[in-house]
Design a protein around this ligand. Structure first.
Ligand code: PFF
Length: 449
């Protein structure tokens, strides 16, 4: 199916590509980061700004990645070199390095979710979830689960696009949607769920005007949509010119928002019906790994069933996102160094595993890496891609994005590109400025101890 490089892998079906891209987008970001950020940012105000950012920034940026990737038929480094020019290959390397960094700590958090899912299934939730989390989140066992999760990710990526990533996404993504929707229906039955819904769904005007909530909503949209690191670009490089890119980007963006939104319909009622809101804001991991398990524990047998389902959904989301990050690095190695997929994937996974030992042994390092890579590098990548795609290669993008699109979608392309040129860069530049400031403060604080 690929137009260049006879041996290049490709997606077999349209649904396979969309589910793999949605699999990349839907992950820990939708449940771990989203619920935490939403509770920090005043619930509904954050949710409203977040859907706005998904539509105004997310869809155009995803489309820029799709367009460059499909046209370049190569991993980000090669795609940018071919489509934009030799210097922009650096932006591709930035994506590969960023993906590697995010993957390394993401795998540590994913390791926790695997552990929680297994514990829920076989032994039940512990009484003191705070102490339990403290004991298992860093150290030898966290490192062991991190390594195990990385091995699973590696096995899927080694099996290739069609035989590995597409096949896994086609099964796991519908399973994830089903579990999360089922949990949201169950949450309606909880006593006191109403208070959770009202915090989550009733916007406070003060929060809506707060610039830091705007910044957080934009950064969350990039992270959640896997933008700025070349993940979407890499997947699109395995497409042919029949695929409808603007429609696919829209479906993926709405799916991603939908899962985050529905996950909030689970997390907020559970937390509020057990009066656990304090634990949520206390730390980035509070909602998922401390408050929710303690609610599940208090519910007895039902809690075990529901809790197992919840953590299994998290594991699934984490796995389909992790494979996309490992694929960015793997594809870069394959295309740049002409090595076989197995070698490239193994080398990438070893690098990410070693790097991930730092956050596995110290959760402060994890927070630091999330700031540097998950907020700063990602937003920087998004800004550079908006400029490259919207300004430097606009003509090619107009043509590429319309190829394969139905007439209605093709007619939207110039509009979306206009947003990419004029609306996205100034907003992302402002977000980058504030993210840079926050990142510097966090780094300085970290090294001062
Ligand atoms: N989108 C993923 C999530 O929400 O969990 C995280 C992610 C994947 C970020 C791939 C960046 C990336 F390149």
């Amino acid at each position: 199916m690929a137009t260049t490089g006879a041996s290049r892998d490709a997606f077999g079906t349209r649904a396979g590509f969309i589910l793999a891209a949605a699999g990349s987008a839907v992950g820990l970001g939708n449940m771990w980061r989203f619920s935490y950020q939403a509770s920090e940012g005043g619930g509904a105000a954050f949710v409203l700004l977040y859907i706005g950012m998904t539509i105004i920034l997310g869809i155009p940026l995803m489309l820029a990645e799709f367009g460059i990737g499909r046209r370049g038929q190569s991993a980000p480094v090669g795609a940018l070199r071919r489509v934009v020019g030799p210097h922009s290959a650096l932006v591709g390397w930035l994506g590969a390095v960023g993906s590697l960094l995010i993957l390394s700590y993401y795998s540590v958090i994913a390791g926790w979710t695997v552990r929680y899912a297994l514990e829920a299934l076989f032994v039940g939730f512990p009484g003191d979830t705070g102490a339990h989390f403290g004991a298992v989140s860093a150290g030898g066992s966290a490192a062991a689960f991190h390594v195990g999760f990385m091995v699973a990710t590696l096995l899927i990526v080694m099996a290739g696009i069609k035989g590995g990533i597409e096949r896994v996404s086609l099964v796991l993504m519908p399973a994830l949607f089903f579990i999360v929707a089922g949990l949201a229906v169950w949450a309606v039955t909880l006593d006191g769920a109403g208070e959770g819904y009202s915090v989550y769904l009733k916007p406070d005007v003060g929060d809506l005007m707060n610039p830091s909530v705007w910044r957080a909503a934009a950064a969350q949209a990039f992270f959640s949509l896997s933008l700025g690191m070349g993940a979407m670009m890499t997947f699109a490089s395995y497409l042919d010119r029949q695929a409808n890119l603007p429609q696919s980007a829209t479906i993926v963006a709405y799916t991603d928002f939908g899962v985050a939104f529905v996950a909030g319909l689970v997390v907020f009622p559970v937390i509020f019906s057990f009066g656990l809101q304090g634990a949520v804001g206390a730390s980035t991991v509070g909602a998922l790994f401390i408050a929710l398990p303690s609610a599940f524990d208090a519910m007895g047998a039902i809690g075990r069933v529901v809790g197992t389902a919840f953590f299994v959904a998290l594991v699934v989301g984490a796995l389909t996102s992790a494979i996309s990050m490992l694929e960015v690095v793997t594809a870069s190695f394959i295309d740049e160094f002409k090595v076989p997929r197995r070698t490239a994937a193994t080398a990438a996974a070893i690098l990410a595993t070693l790097l991930g030992l730092l956050p596995a042994l110290d959760t402060d390092v994890l927070g630091l890496m999330d700031k540097i890579a998950g907020e700063f590098l990602l937003v920087l990548g998004a800004l550079l891609l908006a400029i490259l795609g919207g300004w430097l290669v606009r003509k090619q993008m107009l043509e590429e994005l319309a190829a394969g699109a139905s007439p209605w979608w093709a007619a939207q392309v110039p509009r979306i590109l206009a947003v990419l040129r004029f609306v996205v860069p100034p907003i992302v530049a402002a977000v980058l400025f504030f993210s840079a400031r926050e990142t510097v403060t966090t780094v300085v604080d970290f090294f001062r101890g």
